[in-house]
Design a protein around this ligand. Structure first.
Ligand SMILES: N[C@@H](CCSC[C@H]1O[C@@H](n2cnc3c(=O)[nH]cnc32)[C@H](O)[C@@H]1O)C(=O)O
Ligand SMILES: [Zn+2]
Length: 424
């Protein structure tokens, strides 16, 4: 049991900060929120000069890509993937992906993230890493068949679902992820849609990331990417669609009627020169958007707070409208929408929600003076102001020290293994 005493917290549903409240956590749930809550069994955390927010969801990442951080920069997506990343990925071992994921998880924890939506391979090892860390993950196996091996990947996915779906006290979920429309044949996409239906009705994909993806799709299928996916039935599932940079108005309209969550990855889209997602239009069409970092080879970090900051201000410049995507909308993407898109009962500080809470230091420079704490969270904050992270009712980070994983050992391992990898 944990009792947060006299703390301010972000009520994301009411879109306001509530001051001087007590929050009682019992087992893995937020049991009670109110004034003067007493408990003689709970560990008490003094909440004065602290701000609690729902722990964040990193809506799209590739945890296992840390070893390729700063290895292939200043390239467009197509060149980056084909010439640089995929040749290195061919040499990655399960062990590499495990330790790379461990480092990414540490980085996610340090920016207040309780939950990652990850697409990669060796996902059994990634599941182990997430379980050990005490955090949550929707772990999606990236699937492709353009250069063969489609059926082997399906066998692996089935095994993964059997062994890890709902593992770690329900903290891990397994979801199929056709990598993209340009790496999967139509037949393969249809197979994966059927598999997703037989699992939990959820699918994850990279969608409409670059102009090239759109023009190739128009040539091959005579439709834009989201229309094509709809034509084969994918949009009848719950779809987590990373990027959505080049959606047309017709596609935005279609998506607004479906259970599709576009994931906004501003740093990656800016850095790969992919473009800029029509976030403001999507919000105005009542589409629920998530926000993610993407992998550390295209961002090049896992700092969700930085992502929120960049994501909010760049929108205003791109639309020439300072009112576009206000701070609260970015906060919703990282919290309540995160809970909706993963299906975990988190992303809100509310009685009976999962106890996933990040705690900021209000004595930090960015929160001084306290003119508007919602603005501060988005416009003047950084992850170093996050002191503690609670996930599933347990303290995972205390005073910026990750308690569940050995950060120093992980860094040494990643350095060693990266050197080996690059010499293989
Ligand atoms: N290559 C694996 C499966 C793919 S996992 C997910 C893939 O997404 C790739 N990836 C990372 N970021 C992006 C992006 O922004 N767009 C498209 N692909 C990406 C990543 O390098 C990885 O190959 C196999 O052979 O089974
Ligand atoms: Zn990606």
């Amino acid at each position: 049991m944990i009792l947060l005493k006299n703390i301010s917290y972000l009520d994301i549903e009411e879109e306001k900060i509530k001051e001087n409240m007590d929050i009682l956590i019992e087992d893995n749930l937020i049991k009670k929120i109110g004034k003067d809550i007493k408990s003689n069994r709970a560990e008490v955390i003094d909440g004065r000069e602290r701000l609690a927010v729902p722990a964040y969801t990193n809506g799209h990442t590739h945890l296992g890509m840390t070893m390729m951080r700063n290895l292939a920069d200043d390239l467009d997506l197509d060149t980056w993937l084909n010439k640089k990343i995929w040749p290195v990925e061919d040499k990655l071992t399960d062990e590499d992906i495990y330790w790379a994921s461990m480092l990414s998880i540490v980085e996610n924890i340090k920016s207040g993230v309780s939950t990652v939506y990850d697409m990669y391979y060796s996902m059994d090892r990634v599941s182990e890493a997430v379980i050990e860390s005490g955090t949550r993950g929707v772990l999606t196996r990236g699937m492709m068949d353009i250069s063969g091996g489609g059926d082997e990947r399906i066998d692996e996915l089935m095994e993964l679902y059997k062994n890890y779906n709902n593992a770690g006290n329900g903290r891990v979920k397994i979801v199929p992820a056709p990598h993209s429309i340009y790496t999967c044949s139509t037949e393969y996409l249809k197979k994966l849609i059927n598999i997703a239906e037989s699992f939990d009705g959820v699918i994850n994909i990279h969608l409409s990331e670059t102009k090239k993806e759109v023009s190739d799709c128009l040539k091959e299928h005579l439709m834009t990417p989201a229309m094509y996916l709809d034509s084969i039935g994918m949009l009848d599932l719950k779809v987590i669609a990373a990027h959505c940079v080049h959606l047309t108005d017709e596609e935005i309209n279609l998506i607004s009627k479906k259970d599709v969550f576009p994931i906004y990855n501003p740093s990656s889209n800016l850095k790969l020169g992919s473009g800029f997602a029509p976030i403001d239009k999507m919000i105005k069409s009542n589409i629920k958007i998530g926000i993610g970092t993407d992998g550390s080879s295209s961002n090049n970090n896992q700092d969700l707070v930085e992502e929120m900051h960049i994501g909010s201000i760049v929108n205003k410049a791109v639309t020439l409208d300072p009112n576009a995507v206000p701070a609260i909308e970015i906060l919703k993407m990282a919290t309540v929408n995160g809970g909706a898109l993963t299906g975990f009962n988190n992303g809100v500080i509310r009685e009976n929600a999962l106890a996933d809470i990040a705690i900021y230091d209000l004595n930090s420079i960015g929160f001084t003076p306290k003119n508007n704490l919602i603005s501060a969270l988005c416009y003047s904050s950084n992850s170093n102001y996050i002191l503690d992270l609670i996930v599933d009712g347990k303290i995972v980070m205390k005073n910026r020290e990750v308690l569940t994983l050995d950060e120093e050992k992980i860094k040494v391992k990643v350095r060693e293994l990266t050197e080996k990898l690059l010499n293989r």
